[in-house]
Every structure is written in C-alpha cells, then in structure tokens.
Ligand binder design. Structure first.
Ligand code: 2AM
Ligand code: CA
Length: 263
C-alpha cells in the first residue's frame, strides 16, 4: 500500500466526494420513471462532486493548478503541478443506474503524471498508483496480465456515442480488425475504470479515441506502475493531448496497436 502524504490527500478527497456520488446514485433509480429522466439531477451530482474535489485538494495543496471536466482549466500559483480531475467518469452508466462509474484524479508534475487514483463509490473499488511506488487495488499490488496470445485476450474498448457520429466509420473499422483476432471484446463505458482493469489484468488490452485528459491521466500512471505499456492510439506519447489511448502488456500493446493501424 502507498502511505504517502500525497496519496492520503487524494484518497481523502475521493472518499468525501464519493459519499455524495453514492447517495445521489441511489436517487437516480427513482428518477428513471420520470419523463424528463435524471439528466439534470446527474449534472448537479457531477458538479457537486467536482466542487468537493476542488476544495479538498486546494486546501491540502494550495496553488496547484487544475484541469477539470466541468470547470475547465484553473491556473495556480504553483506552475509545476496540475490536477486532472473527472468527478464522474461513466456518466451515461450513472444516469442509467449501472454501477460502473468513478472519480478520477491524476496529478502531473512538470508535465509528467506522477500519481493517479480511480475510485468507484458504488462498490468501493479504489485503484491508486504513485510513480515508482507501484499500483494498488484496495490493498493488493496490481500487475498487468501475462497473456501473450491475442486469441485468448479480452480487449476493452470505447464506442463513440451518437454525438460523435463522424467517428463511427473509423471505430467500426478498428473494431472489425480487433474482433477478427482477439478472444473477445468488452465495452463498459467508463474509461478511467477501463484503464484500471488493464492494470489489474482483467483486460489484456484496451483502446479508445476521443477521450479527454481527465478521463485517462490517472489510469495512465496506474497501468505503467502495474507493469503495463500505454501510448496514444497511434503509438506515440501524446495521450493527454490527443485523448486517445492503447494499453496492455508489452506484447498485447504492440499487437493491439498493429490491429488498430491495420484498420
Ligand atoms: P464521461 O462519462 O466523464 O463523459 C466512454 O467511452 C468514455 O468516454 C467515458 O470515460 C466518458 O466520460 C467519455 N466520454 C463520454 N462522452 C464524451 C465526450 N463527449 N467527449 C469525450 N469523452 C467522452
Ligand atoms: Ca470522463
């Protein structure tokens, strides 16, 4: 387990924001039957969680900058540290009452991600990592899966939603390419958690495009600290700027990258 002061700050903030999200998730179920649906309620839950994270992290580490899903970029006096925060990753799941969502907190120092936390308050799943100190799921050390044969692999992906229709042709081509070789494919709808499932060895690989820095910052360091390989979907290191990602162990990562390229 990582017992650094930094990780204490991150977990305390996530647990506090998570309590609110969990309560609100319980309410969402009741709202499904209303014609309007739970949309506005979920937006409010999202903003509430972000406010708690912002306040708690600012209190503990004054001056650090932020890149927030809802609030955008907030510059701090300390130019070398930036938090990348998604208060509710997997919003669609949350909205539909599926307990697959998470708070994601990544910390960059001089542009390099040095700590990450992904927390699903629905089932208390907590994934953390700090550069050089390993990745953990609750109290267990994480390690990526060792499978080397794509035909045995479980590969995760993300599907562009209806608002991203112009991305559909490329996704269909990539999906077809991976489907032809991989054992099977999953799509859970919460990129921050998906990356943790690569770190934990549940997924052998994962790829997705059209993401944002706050979706993936935490997951990147968690995968790396679990011994995994992670790049953008074109094989470079521009994950945060491009918002695309491809991950796995050394072999799976390379093979998955090749399949995406061949699409
Ligand atoms: P969100 O729930 O925080 O929006 C699902 O494929 C992943 O894509 C989720 O992590 C989801 O994060 C993210 N996502 C959903 N809609 C998105 C959008 N319009 N732009 C970028 N990422 C999005
Ligand atoms: Ca997100």
């Amino acid at each position: 387990m990582i017992r650094s002061a930094l990780m204490n700050v991150m977990t305390a903030a996530a647990l506090k924001a998570g309590r609110g999200l969990k309560r609100d998730f319980g309410e969402v179920e009741n709202l499904q039957v209303s014609v309007k649906g739970p949309g506005d309620f979920v937006s409010a839950a999202d903003r509430k969680a972000e406010k708690i994270l912002f306040e708690e992290l600012t209190k503990a580490r004054p001056g650090y900058g932020f890149v927030l899903e809802e609030g955008g970029a907030v510059e701090g006096a300390d130019k070398s540290h930036t938090w990348f925060i998604d208060p509710l990753d997997g919003t669609t799941n949350f909205l539909h009452g599926l307990p697959i969502f998470a708070i994601s907190i990544g910390l960059a120092r001089e542009g390099q991600i040095v700590a990450g936390l992904v927390y699903n308050p629905a089932n208390d799943d907590m994934f953390i990592a700090e550069k050089g100190q390993g990745a953990y799921y609750n109290n267990r050390r994480l390690r990526v899966a060792a499978r080397r044969d794509m035909a045995d692999a479980l590969i995760g992906c993300g599907i562009p939603h209806i608002g991203k229709a112009k991305e559909h042709p490329r996704f269909k081509a990539e999906f077809a390419s991976v489907m032809a070789r991989a054992g099977n494919i999953r799509r859970l709808g919460a990129a921050a958690l998906d990356l943790c499932f690569v770190a934990s060895g549940s997924y052998d690989g994962f790829w997705e495009r059209n993401l944002q820095a706050w979706d993936i910052a935490a997951g990147i360091v968690i995968i790396k600290e679990a011994g995994g390989f992670v790049t953008d979907a074109d094989g470079g290191q521009d994950m945060l700027a491009k918002g695309s990602i491809c991950a796995g162990n050394d072999v799976m990562h390379r093979n998955l990258l090749d399949l995406i390229k061949a699409a």
